[in-house]
Design a protein around this ligand. Structure first.
Ligand code: RP5
Length: 169
């Protein structure tokens, strides 16, 4: 596989069951990923080192996920000019509301594109990163168009099945 253009980082190995869905989504598009556990609070030096070197290491988009007080996405954004997508995770007594606010409520001048909490957000983060990469990669853009068409087909198949069920009931 080619050198990763995307990095998926998250605060703990306990986040992997959700973030695996994000990585799987990249694999579905044939995109290799740099995956790493790093923590803004427990290991801030590695976060700074990774984020400040990411661009020269060929990374174009970074996805940063964490639960509870998610400082990771903001800390990564502080050390890079690359686009950062933040994924709030539901791993505490507040079920992700804490992580949602701490990921989304960035101060002006320090953007983090925040997706929804948990599995859907993790998957959408990957799709959003694919959309960004696809702007300069026609093959990936075509694959993304196919993905959208496939989704629309699924909806119409489900609708046809439901209409049939209603007719025969
Ligand atoms: C966050 O704290 C992590 O991203 C994780 O969601 C949560 C709990 O981490 P562990 O105690 O399981 O390592 O920083």
């Amino acid at each position: 596989m080619s050198k990763p253009r995307v990095a998926v980082v998250f605060g703990s190995d306990s986040d992997w069951p959700v973030m695996e869905g994000c990585v799987r989504q990249f694999k579905a598009f044939g995109e290799s990923v740099h995956v790493e556990v790093m923590s803004a609070h427990r290991g801030p030096q590695r976060v700074a080192e990774f984020a400040s070197g990411a661009e020269k290491n060929g990374i174009q988009v970074i996805i940063a996920a964490a639960g509870m007080s998610n400082a990771l996405a903001g800390a990564v954004a502080a050390h890079t000019c690359l686009p950062v997508i933040g994924v709030p995770l539901a791993s505490g007594p507040l079920s992700g509301f804490d992580a949602l606010l701490s990921t989304a409520q960035m101060p002006p001048g320090m953007p983090v594109a925040t997706v929804s909490v948990g599995e859907a957000g993790a998957k959408n983060a990957a799709l959003f990163a694919i959309q960004i990469l696809a702007r300069s990669d026609e093959k990936l853009a075509a694959a993304y168009r196919d993905f959208k068409a496939e989704q629309a087909k699924t909806v119409s198949v489900k609708n046809a099945a439901l209409q049939e069920k209603i007719r025969s009931s």
